[in-house]
Design a protein around this ligand. Structure first.
Ligand code: ATP
Length: 230
């Protein structure tokens, strides 16, 4: 489904991502782990069309997407939920959700699907997004991505800055999406939470993948994880 080969990305002289390979299969829930500065966000942003890679390829369902504009990446079937949520503060919940119309993929059942997954968003649909809690804004950011009916949902640290109870709530929704068949690639700092819900994991250090394996295998080697995540 999502095949990333030898992906490299830089900021001037800083080689933030160096030859990364990922293979997220259809229906998989995969996680990219790593310490601060390992290159996780740059990898996701390069996959999502927000950062132009200097080398390698990103294929979604066989289609090369690494040099497409953001708009075309979304049309190709990849939706990205950025770190920090980036909801449009002055717009209401429903206006934020309807922003995804630009993809040309919106269908009437999608709003219902988002509201079924996040009843809180339905309750607050006329609320201005900027006045909502961090957890609600995270739900909105995920909901907005789902409005494009993505084949692949890519999430950058959805737990960031949220209280543990809210993190559980957000992760329950992501797990529910996975149960519904959604393919997901997640970046997460909290390895314990991520490996308890994902089926496959990659660990990144200094721009490279250093370990990969099933979530069960990674969970059983905490010493390996600790060596790479600190
Ligand atoms: P974090 O968990 O802290 O977000 P990360 O694993 O997502 O870390 P990246 O944000 O991808 O890591 O950063 C990878 C490297 O690229 C780091 O050395 C970082 O300092 C550098 N970097 C990231 N963004 C920029 C930028 N806009 N300009 C210059 N260097 C950057």
């Amino acid at each position: 489904m999502l095949l990333v080969s030898k992906l490299s990305a830089s900021y001037g002289a800083i080689n933030a991502v160096r030859g990364v390979d990922l293979n997220v299969k259809a229906g998989s829930f995969s996680v990219l782990l790593g310490a601060n500065g390992a290159g996780k966000s740059t990898t996701l942003r390069s996959i999502a069309g927000l950062h132009r890679p200097v080398g390698g390829s990103v294929k979604l369902g066989g289609q090369e997407i690494s040099r497409l504009s953001l708009h075309r990446v979304v049309k190709a079937g990849l939706a990205f939920v950025p770190e920090g949520r980036m909801v449009v503060a002055p717009l209401t919940v429903e206006e934020n959700l309807n922003l995804s119309h630009f993809s040309g993929r919106t269908e009437p059942d999608l709003l219902d699907r988002v509201y079924t997954l996040f009843p809180r968003l339905k309750e607050r649909r006329r609320q201005v997004a900027g006045l909502m809690s961090g957890g609600e804004q995270q739900m909105l950011a995920i909901g907005r991505a789902l409005m494009t009916r993505p084949q692949m949902l890519v999430l950058d640290e959805p737990s960031m800055g949220l209280a543990p109870a809210i993190v559980d709530l957000v992760f329950q929704s992501i797990v529910e999406l996975h149960k519904q068949g959604q393919s997901i690639l997640l970046v997460e700092q909290n390895a314990a939470i991520a490996l308890s819900v994902c089926d496959y994991g990659y660990v990144m250090k200094r721009g490279q993948i250093v370990v990969e394996g099933t979530a069960d295998a990674l969970k059983e080697s905490p010493e390996v994880l600790e060596a790479y995540l600190s």
